[in-house]
Design a protein around this ligand. Structure first.
Ligand code: PMP
Ligand code: GLU
Length: 382
């Protein structure tokens, strides 16, 4: 029997980041020692206090469904965290999701109809494009690569790309895949355009807690942005909780009402005891977050120095744990070669809309990063 698949799934490819990390895992299973710098996942274990809170919640019987939008304690803790960032959202403005990815999916599906235009800042994380396409939207893309991945120097390009027809703009600072943290002037530029053209903006702040010496402004705190910004965050990166699947978004009541329908008809709710662990993460885990952040910063500096020793100048961002290594124009072939010959897994920049680069995640030990650079150099990839 041949199934007649819906256009929405035929419009997209599997996630490139996950596909390459799966390939690396397959090679490893065959006995190949792969330096896997592909997937963006902290190499640290989840902090002990969070694990304990999860186990205790399970033992206490928190194993049933929860209110669809999340347990009140967690939504309150999230509202408090957002208030610390200067954002004014009550618990009723928050939906807790199984991962930030689900939060994004619900937002795109709630706002984008066939033909609606969404603007991305390239390079942009792989799943934005896929989700927009699944929702039936069209894409306008603004390239930041000539500006060392900063947004401020290309605000004119953004102004030229958006119009009254633009429904949604996605801002991700600190950025995956560049690590760039956008300046306040850049965010103000975004605000001016969003207000002028009445554009809703997603502020994906999943790396907000993973920054080096800077404290990024939340877009929704700018004048005129409170009602048009949907702020998204999650526990995967800051708390090394990728496999727990916990994230959230906050926005105006009208959006919460519409997205809440999708949420209740699809996932029902995030996992009960995981939500309890999330409360512990937000309330009692500052120290572990700082320790992981310090380790990432050291690795970033070390990796940039190692590339510089090989004559490769890599633009270094102040957040997240990614770097875009300039490689051949055919970045796909470069990445395939790097994994086959050097056994170093990276993600082609073209998956993020920007060919000519390979994205590296430096959420790996210093020894593995050193090993990765040595292998790339000795196989002629640097
Ligand atoms: N946004 C960005 C920019 C990301 O890199 C990720 C990483 N997967 C997510 C959202 C979603 O992460 P998660 O679903 O693990 O919360
Ligand atoms: N966000 C991470 C990455 O870009 C995790 C993988 C994914 O969700 O795509 O590698």
């Amino acid at each position: 029997m041949s199934m007649d698949f819906a256009a929405r799934v035929q419009r997209v490819e599997p996630s490139a980041t996950l596909a390459i990390s799966n390939l690396a895992a397959e090679l490893e299973a065959d006995g190949v020692d792969v330096v896997d710098l592909s997937v963006g996942e902290p190499d640290f274990d989840t902090p002990e206090n969070i694990k304990t809170a999860g186990k205790e919640a399970m033992d206490a019987g928190h194993t049933g469904y929860t209110p669809s939008n999340g347990i009140p304690e967690l939504r309150e803790a999230i509202a408090d965290k957002l208030a610390d960032d200067g954002l004014d959202h009550g618990p009723e403005n928050v939906i807790v999701t199984p991962g930030g990815k689900q939060a994004l999916f619900e937002i795109f599906m709630s706002l984008i109809d066939d033909g609606d235009e969404v603007c991305l800042l390239d390079p942009a994380w792989v799943s934005y494009e896929a989700m927009v396409k699944m929702a039936g939207g069209t894409l306008t893309r603004v390239d930041t690569s000539a500006a060392d991945f900063q947004l401020e120097p290309v605000l004119d390009d953004l102004a030229a790309a958006v119009s009254d027809d633009t429904e949604l703009l996605v801002v991700n600072s600190p950025s995956n895949p560049t690590g760039a943290v956008y300046s306040d002037a850049a965010l103000e530029g975004v605000r001016d355009l969003a207000v002028e053209h009445d554009i809703t903006v997603i502020s994906d702040e999943i790396y907000k807690e993973v920054t080096y010496g800077v404290s990024p402004t939340s877009l929704g705190t700018l004048d005129g942005m409170g009602e048009r910004t949907l702020t998204l965050n999650g526990f995967s990166k800051a708390y090394a909780m990728t496999g727990w699947r916990l994230g959230y978004f906050a926005g105006p009541e009208s959006l919460i009402e519409q997205a809440g329908k999708l949420h209740s008809h699809s996932v029902s709710c995030a996992v009960n005891f995981v939500q309890h662990a999330g409360v512990e993460a937000l309330e009692n885990t500052d120290e572990a977050v700082v320790e992981m952040r310090d380790a990432f910063e050291e690795r970033r500096d070390m990796l940039a120095d190692l590339f510089a020793d090989h004559g490769v100048d890599v633009p270094v961002g102040d957040g997240a744990f990614y770097m875009m290594l300039p490689v051949d124009d055919d970045d796909q072939a470069w990445c395939e070669g790097a994994i086959e010959d050097a056994h170093v897994a990276t993600v082609p920049g073209s998956a993020f809309g920007t060919p000519g680069y390979a994205r590296l995640s430096y959420a790996a030990s210093k020894e593995r990063l050193q090993e990765g650079v040595e292998r790339l150099a000795s196989e002629g990839y640097l």
